[in-house]
Design a protein around this ligand. Structure first.
Ligand SMILES: C[S@@+](CC[C@H](N)C(=O)[O-])C[C@H]1O[C@@H](n2cnc3c(N)ncnc32)[C@H](O)[C@@H]1O
Length: 439
């Protein structure tokens, strides 16, 4: 990579990190916005650098405190992102020191921060000279690369498992596939992968899932464009498998976008699906996914809790409420969650979740079932919400339909439902509670 191009990659990565850390933007959205400004062959390096810095943000922030006496002025804060990018290249990549320093200094010039060139140069050299990389971190935030409030919640909710949750959050997530079983058996698609030289494995209890040995671009998956296969975490696949284990019928997918679970419901069940999402743009992704897979559902952009705005009064046999949540079970895939969420968000998410449960319950047939799902590992959004709902709802009871035995063996019983802890069986963190309506 030429000097100029190398500097441009660093500048773009610093912009992405800065947008997340300073302005609360989503990392994925920033990556998409900025990568189009770079040549295709530089985009993987750009993504890896930006992603890596956000993943280890709390450690790098501490190193900044050690090495920089005075923070740059607010409008020059992007220099901090650049320095963290420097630390990341020096400690987590094989880029030679001199190339790191020169590309990072040059990136500062591209960003109009020429006056910081000397500082960047000096800080990165001192970082090496004083072997800051190997000093014992002062804070738990730096040691575990998570904010204090989240560590505190993990310790309270999971006294025995907090460390393993943190470790899973900091690890790379595997890539999982969901085979379109309307077209192929798991074994048939497995042989197509083998023929293509792609290693994969099964997990007992997940009838549509294959876990890849190494992540790869979807374009390299046999039949992806034709709709033979989708990318979906193994844990996410538990939802449709469980909800439809004893039949389907009219199904409501109340928070559907981008449609992973909607498609799964349609691939495995005798179902008619209404899919709702409050976010228009995200609902368009449901449409795209279903078209690729050759599946059909009725899509509506609406607030699922405002029944008057979308419900025709015909009750559902099954409801999937994959509720908006902290997403603390998928931090390993969306590492910016650590920087974007606040402790105070959790109570307000729990209120939204409780309201959605109360309202949607009215659309469920007597004798029907609702599956409450979050990709959170926090009790306040999970067992507390489900238990509170059961307490105040006379015709609701914990379902006697249990998850598949093999999957249940991997989960922990929590309140009225089950928690899949992040990393267990290679899966994301999810909470599930199946609730039946008395007939
Ligand atoms: C966890 S995501 C759903 C993921 C999806 N079920 C899947 O498997 O691909 C939660 C979704 O809920 C939507 N949402 C949030 N509040 C909502 C509401 N009041 N009504 C409907 N959808 C809502 C968000 O836009 C978001 O797309």
């Amino acid at each position: 990579v030429s000097d100029k191009r190398g500097a441009r990659v660093r500048a773009a990565a610093a912009e992405a990190v800065h947008a997340v850390a300073e302005h609360g933007r989503s990392l994925d959205a920033e990556l998409r916005r900025l990568e189009v400004t770079l040549p295709a062959q530089d985009q993987p390096l750009f993504r890896n650098l930006a992603y890596g810095v956000v993943r280890r943000w709390y450690l790098y922030r501490e190193w900044l405190d050690v090495l920089v006496d005075r923070r740059p002025r607010r409008r020059d804060r992007i220099v901090e992102a650049l320095l963290c990018l420097g630390f990341h290249q020096l400690t987590a990549t094989r880029i030679p020191d001199h190339a790191v320093v020169s590309a990072t200094v040059e990136a500062a010039r591209l960003l109009g921060k020429r006056s910081y060139a000397g500082l960047i140069n000096a800080v990165l050299r001192r970082f090496r000279r004083e072997d800051v990389e190997h000093r014992e971190p002062d804070s738990d935030e730096a040691r575990y690369n998570h904010p204090d409030w989240l560590l505190a919640r993990f310790r309270t909710d999971w006294p025995d498992d907090a460390a393993s949750i943190v470790e899973a959050n900091n690890a790379r997530a595997p890539m999982w596939l969901r085979i379109n079983r309307l077209r192929f058996s798991l074994a048939e698609y497995e042989s197509r992968l083998t023929e293509a030289g792609i290693a994969s494995s099964r997990l007992a209890g997940l009838p549509s899932a294959l876990r890849l040995g190494e992540p790869l671009p979807v374009a390299d998956l046999p039949g992806f464009a034709a709709g033979d296969v989708s990318v979906q975490d193994g844990g996410a696949q538990v939802a449709a498998d469980w909800l439809l284990a004893d039949g389907g019928g009219r199904v409501l997918d109340a928070c559907a976008a981008p449609g992973g679970k909607t498609a799964h419901l349609l691939e495995i069940g005798e179902v008619e699906v209404d899919a709702i999402d409050v976010d228009d743009a995200r609902l368009a992704a449901v449409d795209e996914n279903l078209s690729r897979l050759g599946l059909d559902a009725t899509l509506r952009a609406a607030d699922a809790g405002e029944l008057g705005s979308w419900w025709d009064g015909r009750p559902y046999d099954r409801i999937l409420l994959d509720a908006p949540c902290s997403a603390t079970g998928v931090i390993r895939r969306h590492t910016d969650i650590k920087l974007l969420r606040r402790d105070s968000d959790i109570a307000s998410l729990a209120r939204t979740q409780a309201t959605l449960l109360d309202r949607l319950w009215q659309t469920l047939k007597p004798g029907g079932r609702l599956l409450y799902v979050t990709c959170s590992v926090l009790a306040e959004e999970n067992e507390s919400v489900a238990a509170g709902f059961l307490e105040r709802t006379a015709d609701a009871s914990v379902s006697s339909l249990l998850p598949n035995n093999n999957i249940r063996a991997l989960m922990q019983s929590r309140g009225p439902g089950y928690q899949l802890r992040t990393g267990t069986g290679g899966m994301d963190g999810f909470y599930f509670a199946a609730i039946d309506k008395r007939g």
